[in-house]
Design a protein around this ligand. Structure first.
Ligand code: SF4
Length: 281
């Protein structure tokens, strides 16, 4: 198959980054986490995505690479969570190996918790590492910066996110339009994979959590936005007709913070929680 970028496949102006959400588990409890990772797991939780931890399986990740052979291999693929270093080191090694063996441009985003347990040769199969500082994990970030400066050959990208948006304040604002969603610069520029679904923007998984919405997951699966689709590339290429209209209506137009006009909600500072494990000792 001819090699093409996701940007070419989608016919959009923006470079595309693929986010691979390996888990919704985290070692920290940042206030107002976009992925609801600050909320506990409980089988009786009213939040459908906090009833049990979710972890992408190796077979699902392989299926993604198989389905997209020849497409977007050079685009950035970011392994992230939750926090991916809470997963067993053996799993992290295998995940890196899968993407590396398929020749995809792979990196990770971490709060630094358990990064130093990952073998150096696996770390060096990552082309970039985002060190995501939330203020409550400064010790882990400092420790990783020192370690990576000696042991890592790729690019280190230091990020600072000390505040989170309270997404709940934006739900059902009904102030946007479907057209704003279709023309949104985030649409397709940050596709997010949480098996088996390929989400069309970085906010889709967060909105499913905030809205406590399982229906959109079903709609995206029905529409073929999943690695189980044997002709995934055509479905992605024809996104204007294959994405469910409900996505643009109930997510983009009704509840996304980007389309809100009058909601006035200050950013919320992330606090330190004494029980959080900053570094794996
Ligand atoms: S949900 Fe929000 S971020 Fe995603 S495409 Fe729609 S308007 Fe853009």
């Amino acid at each position: 198959m001819e090699k093409s970028s996701f940007k070419e496949l989608f016919g959009i102006k923006h470079r595309v980054e693929v986010r691979i959400n390996l888990t919704n588990v985290c070692n920290l409890h940042c206030d107002f986490c976009d992925h609801d990772a600050h909320l506990p797991f409980s089988k009786d939780s009213t939040k459908v995505y906090r009833r049990k931890p979710l972890v992408s399986s190796l077979s699902e990740l392989k299926q993604l690479c198989e389905s997209l052979k020849g497409i977007g291999e050079s685009d950035r693929h970011v392994l992230q969570g939750g926090e991916i270093t809470v997963l067993p080191v053996k799993t992290i090694i295998e995940v890196i190996e899968i993407f590396h063996s398929y020749g995809r441009n792979i990196g990770m985003r971490t709060n630094g918790y358990n990064l130093k347990e990952i073998p150096v040769d696996s770390l060096n199969k990552l082309n970039f590492i985002y060190l995501n500082n939330h203020g409550n994990n400064q010790e882990a970030i400092d420790s990783c910066q020192d370690y990576l400066s000696i042991n890592y050959k790729g690019i280190i990208i230091n990020e600072e996110n000390y505040y989170h948006r309270d997404l709940s304040k934006y739900l059902h604002h009904n102030e946007g339009t479907i057209e704003e969603g279709i023309n949104c610069s985030h649409l397709l520029s940050t596709i997010t994979f949480f098996p088996p679904i390929i989400h069309p923007c970085c906010n889709s998984w967060a909105l499913m959590n905030s809205l406590n919405d399982k229906n959109m997951a079903d709609l995206l699966i029905e529409a073929g936005w999943t690695t189980t689709n044997s002709d995934l590339s055509s479905t992605l290429q024809n996104w204007r007709s294959t994405l469910p209209i409900e996505f643009f209506q109930s997510f983009c137009a009704e509840s996304c913070y980007l389309t809100a006009k009058t909601v006035n909600s200050p950013l919320q500072k992330i606090k330190l929680y004494e029980s959080d494990k900053i570094l794996k000792k």
